[in-house]
Design a protein around this ligand. Structure first.
Ligand code: AHR
Length: 492
C-alpha cells in the first residue's frame, strides 16, 4: 500500500492560473480552421471564431493564450494584419509549409478571440526580422488611450478604446529560428527592444525575454547576467520527443510499452530543467522576481501519415494525457519560480487539446486533463508526498509509478491530482491528511489503455468519468488507482 501524505497547513505558494496557459501559432490548421473560420463560414461562428471551440476552451478555463508564434513571430510584421482584410498583404509562411498567409487573422482578431475566451493575451514581438520601432509601435497601437499616430490608426480600424495587454514576449527562440544569436548578443538586443515597449497609463507590461532551449544553461547564464534586471519573465522551451528530432520522433499512435516509458521518462526531465535553470536564475535573482515562463512544452511526434509535414498535426492518446498530468504537477510544485506555462499548441498542432475536421471537433485526452486540473488555477500549493517505486520495461528508462500535486483553492477545497504511470498495474493508496477532517470527497478519472484516443467517428473513447471507488477513513481516503490513469479528487 502506497502512502500519500497531505499537509494543507503547510502552504507553499500560489499556483498562477497562467501555468494552465496555451499557445497558438500561425502554423498548419491552428489559427485558420481550428480557431478562426471567418464570418462567412458555414461553421457556426461569432465574428469568425468557431463557437464550438470557444465554448470548449471556456469550459476548460483557458487563462492565457500566446500568439502569433513561435518561429512565425520573428517573421511577422503586425501592420500586415490590420485594416480592411482585402488590402492585407499576403506573405509566405516560410517556417510552416510555405503556404500563403493572407493575414486575415491579425491583431484585432486575436484580441477578439481573447475577449470571447475571457483569457489574457500574451503577444510575442518580432526581434529577429523586425525593428525596435515596429515593436514599440505595436505596444502603442494596442495599449495607448490618447492621441498618437498608432492610437489613431487603431481607432480608424474600429477600436476606439485601447486594449489591456500584460504579457509581452521580446523575441522567440532567438538562439535559433528567431535570429541565431549568441546569448550575449540577444541579451543586449533584449535590453534595447524592451526599453521602447512602454507602459501606457495603467497598462503595465510583463516583459518576457527569450530563454533557453532544453538544457542550454549557458544561454540562461548569459541572458540573466546581462539582462536579468530588465525582465519580468524568462522563457524555457522543452518538448517531449520519444525518438530523435531530425531522424524520427516516433509515432503519436500505435507505439509500444518501451515507447510509453521512454516518453514519460523524457517528460520527467522537466523537473531537472526547472531546477537547474532556476538555480542559475537564483544567482542573479535570489528573490525570484523573474518568472520562469515555460511557453512551449508538450509532445512532438511524427506528423500523421498523409498530412503536410509542415503542419505538425498529430493524434493524442492516453500517453499525452499522462505527459500533461505529469508536467502540470511539476509546474504546480515549482510555482515559486514557474509563473506561466503554455502547451504547444491549442488546436490541430502538436499536443492539442482540440482537433477539428471541417465542422467536426473532438476533445483530446489532453483536454480532459486540463479540464480536470482547472481547480488548481490560482489555488495555493500545499505540502504533499507520495511513496513511489520505479517501474518500466528497461533498466535505463524507469519512472516512478505515481506522481502527484495538491492545492487548496479559494473555496477551501483540497484538489489532489495523481497520475498512475504504469500501463499494467493499479496501486492501493492510503491518503493521510494531517490534522484535517474530511467530510466530502468527489473524484473524476481519465483512464483507458495506453494507446487509446478519440476519433471524429468515435469522439468519446477517452473521456473523464466519475470515480467512486474510494473510502473515507479516520485519516483521510483509501483508494486503488487503476493502471494508466489520471485522477482528480475534490475534498472538503
Ligand atoms: O511549436 C512549434 C515550434 O517549436 C515553434 O514555432 C518554435 O518556437 C519551436 O521550435
Amino acid at each position: 500500500m502506497s502512502k500519500l501524505f497531505v499537509n494543507v497547513h503547510d502552504k507553499k505558494g500560489k499556483i498562477n492560473k497562467e501555468i494552465y496557459g496555451h499557445f497558438s501559432e500561425h502554423l498548419g490548421r491552428c489559427i485558420y480552421e481550428g480557431l478562426y473560420v471567418g464570418e462567412n463560414s458555414k461553421i457556426p461562428n461569432t465574428n469568425g471564431m468557431r463557437n464550438d471551440v470557444v465554448q470548449a476552451l471556456k469550459e476548460m478555463k483557458i487563462p492565457v493564450l500566446r500568439w502569433p508564434g513561435g518561429c512565425f513571430a520573428d517573421e511577422y510584421h503586425w501592420k500586415d494584419g490590420i485594416g480592411p482584410k482585402e488590402n492585407r498583404k499576403k506573405m509566405i509562411n516560410t517556417h510552416w509549409g510555405g503556404v500563403v498567409e493572407d493575414n486575415s487573422f491579425g491583431t484585432h482578431e486575436f484580441m477578439e478571440l481573447c475577449r470571447q475566451l475571457e483569457c489574457e493575451p500574451y503577444i510575442n514581438g518580432n526581434v529577429g526580422s523586425g525593428t525596435v520601432q515596429e515593436m514599440s509601435e505595436w505596444v502603442e497601437y494596442l495599449t495607448f488611450e490618447g492621441v498618437s499616430p498608432m492610437a489613431d490608426l487603431r481607432k480608424k480600424n474600429g477600436n476606439e478604446e485601447a486594449w489591456k495587454v500584460k504579457y509581452f514576449g521580446v523575441g522567440n527562440e532567438s538562439w535559433g529560428c528567431g535570429g541565431n544569436m549568441t546569448p550575449e548578443h540577444y541579451a543586449n538586443e533584449y535590453r534595447r527592444y524592451q526599453t521602447f515597449c512602454r507602459n501606457y497609463a495603467d497598462n503595465k507590461l510583463y516583459k518576457i525575454a527569450c530563454g533557453a532551449n532544453v538544457d542550454d544553461y549557458n544561454w540562461t547564464e548569459g541572458v540573466m547576467k546581462v539582462a536579468g534586471n530588465f525582465m519580468d519573465g524568462l522563457s524555457l522551451h522543452y518538448y517531449t520527443i520519444p525518438g530523435e528530432f531530425w531522424t524520427g520522433k516516433g509515432a503519436a499512435t500505435g507505439f509500444n510499452e518501451k515507447d510509453w516509458y521512454i516518453t514519460l521518462k523524457k517528460t520527467l526531465k522537466m523537473e531537472e530543467l526547472i531546477y537547474r535553470h532556476g538555480a542559475i536564475m537564483d544567482q542573479y535573482d535570489p528573490e525570484k522576481k523573474v518568472g520562469l515562463i515555460v511557453d512551449e512544452w508538450g509532445t512532438w511526434f511524427d506528423v500523421e501519415v498523409g498530412t503536410n509535414p509542415g503542419f505538425l498535426y498529430q493524434q493524442n492518446t492516453m500517453r499525452d494525457a499522462l505527459v500533461a498530468g505529469i508536467n502540470l504537477n511539476i509546474f504546480n510544485k515549482n510555482c515559486d519560480r514557474v509563473k506561466m506555462a503554455n502547451i504547444a499548441q491549442l488546436v490541430n498542432v502538436l499536443q492539442s487539446v482540440i482537433l477539428t475536421e471541417g465542422e467536426k471537433m473532438i476533445l483530446t485526452p489532453t483536454y480532459h486533463v486540463f479540464n480536470m486540473y482547472k481547480n488548481h488555477q490560482d489555488a495555493t500549493l500545499v505540502e504533499s508526498h507520495i511513496d513511489t517505486e520505479n517501474i518500466g520495461v528497461e533498466e535505463e528508462n524507469q519512472v516512478p509509478n505515481l506522481h502527484e500535486s495538491v492545492s487548496v483553492d479559494a473555496e477551501g477545497r483540497i484538489n489532489v491530482t495523481i497520475n498512475n504511470l504504469s500501463i499494467s498495474d493499479g496501486y492501493d493508496i492510503e491518503g493521510i491528511f494531517i490534522e484535517k477532517e474530511i467530510k466530502t470527497v468527489k473524484a473524476t478519472i481519465l483512464t483507458n489503455e495506453m494507446g487509446a484516443y478519440n476519433t471524429f467517428d468515435e469522439p468519446e473513447i477517452v473521456k473523464a468519468q466519475e470515480f467512486k471507488d474510494f473510502k473515507i477513513t479516520g485519516k483521510g481516503i483509501d483508494f486503488k488507482i487503476p493502471k494508466c490513469s489520471v485522477i482528480h479528487f475534490v475534498i472538503e
